[in-house]
Design a protein around this ligand. Sequence first.
Ligand SMILES: Nc1ncnc2c1ncn2[C@@H]1O[C@H](COP(=O)(O)OP(=O)(O)O)[C@@H](O)[C@H]1O
Ligand SMILES: [Mg+2]
Length: 290
Amino acid sequence: MSGQEDTGGTRSVGYHGGSVETVISVDEVNRQAAAIAEAGVEAGRIAGLADGEPYLKIDNLRAGYGKMEILHDFNLQVGRGQSLCLIGPNGAGKSTVLHSIFGFTNIFGGSIEVQGRDVTALSPKDKLRSAGVAYILQDKSVFPGMTVEENLWMGGYLMDKPAKAKAKAEEIFSKYTRLAERRSHPAKVLSGGERRLLEISRALVMEPDVLLVDEPSIGLEPRFIDMVFEILDDLQHAEGKTIVMVEQNAKKGLEFADIGYVLVSGQLAMAGPGDELLADPEVGRLFLGG
Ligand SMILES: Nc1ncnc2c1ncn2[C@@H]1O[C@H](COP(=O)(O)OP(=O)(O)O)[C@@H](O)[C@H]1O
Ligand SMILES: [Mg+2]
């Protein structure tokens, strides 16, 4: 144990679980991040990061739960086939951004557009069915007693013909042999990594263009974390999906994504190319534990 004990403060585990030697306390991260957020991000910066016409565009969004506003004048733009990762302290509202895009929050102001079409008021069902936006549910969202195959078919529950979902499932099985080999097994026997793969695959049954992914690495062993990021990389670069993700593992998330946003207290604090944010000393100090 080092001199940390002498500061008189509570021994705190830093952001993202780094060691006390290298990482500042959660409260201090929040305080310093809030100071950065004061400056905000210019509108031109946000548009400049998106490649071409934005495929997904959020303007001055105010949204939250019940009457409580969590996101304040939030803006986002991502081009077709690009990836964007949101990082920031716990409780900043990162998941709320994804919830708002998919239609799980109350929206008090602002707009959300997909391909130039206003989808702000669409229900989650219609986001999936008609706007091509899928939210990847995770953690206990697979049906443990159902087989892998049945779980996959469930992803097509909004399709008019079950045969269509089954055909798409076959396509997915031919791509992910790991799942195909286990198609008749109950989902409960899958490893954590395989379960995450099933969760992602299930969302693909509806053939979405935009994938909303909340903390893909959470709860996974390191070797599965790499596997999940490889799958997402393939979905973006080989299949042209647009990806908006939240990642607590800021290093992985920013390495992966074309665009990085730092969200603090429901407001955009920083925005830049993923690799630029990754190299930013302030981001490093606050979110990367070094
Ligand atoms: N379903 C909910 N109902 C009410 N408040 C919520 C709900 N989900 C999140 N919140 C609140 O919204 C704020 C932002 O949460 P969240 O978006 O989950 O943060 P993050 O993903 O950045 O950790 C928090 O204060 C949280 O308590
Ligand atoms: Mg969250």
